[in-house]
Design a protein around this ligand. Structure first.
Ligand SMILES: Nc1ncnc2c1ncn2[C@@H]1O[C@H](COP(=O)(O)OP(=O)(O)O)[C@@H](O)[C@H]1O
Ligand SMILES: [Mg+2]
Length: 129
């Protein structure tokens, strides 16, 4: 099967004051179409850090990430935002709902980023709920 997502020599380092923490160290990963991949590790091992990089929510310190034939680690912030909207679904550990809006509107608002047809979006949201 074709490779969908590939990380090559991925590194992520956090620097706090004088301390550097190397969370991802030359990580290589290949995910093919149709794969169901599970990432396991102790709390603090770097699972979320890896997922934030792979999904374009954060940038690696070093290394490359390709989605299909595109090198997403080179993308501008705007291009990364479009990449996330088109290609990434993400269920966060904490929920990031807007608590001033109804559940329905929380779902509709993400649909509005993609399309202006509020009626179609509302129908789709109802189905998903
Ligand atoms: N934004 C950040 N700034 C500094 N350190 C961070 C940041 N995010 C994560 N870390 C550190 O990186 C390590 C890996 O964290 P994380 O990826 O959240 O682990 P996991 O999801 O596997 O529990 C932890 O030691 C955490 O404290
Ligand atoms: Mg985590």
């Amino acid at each position: 099967m074709e490779t969908v997502l590939k990380a090559t020599d991925l590194c992520k380092t956090f620097s706090n004051e004088s301390v550097q923490q190397h969370v991802l160290k030359n990580l290589n990963l290949e995910i093919r179409k149709g794969d169901f991949t599970v990432i396991m590790g102790d709390s603090g091992a770097g699972k979320s850090t890896l997922l934030y990089s792979l999904s374009g929510m954060d940038r690696p310190s070093l290394g490359s990430i390709t989605y299909g034939n595109e090198e997403i680690s080179d993308y501008s912030n705007d291009k990364l935002a479009v990449f996330r909207r088109r290609h990434c679904g993400f269920v966060f550990q904490q929920n990031y709902l807007n608590d001033t809006m109804s559940v329905m509107d929380n779902i509709i608002v993400s649909g509005l980023l993609k399309s202006k047809n509020r009626k179609d979006i509302a129908e789709r949201a109802k189905k998903l709920l």
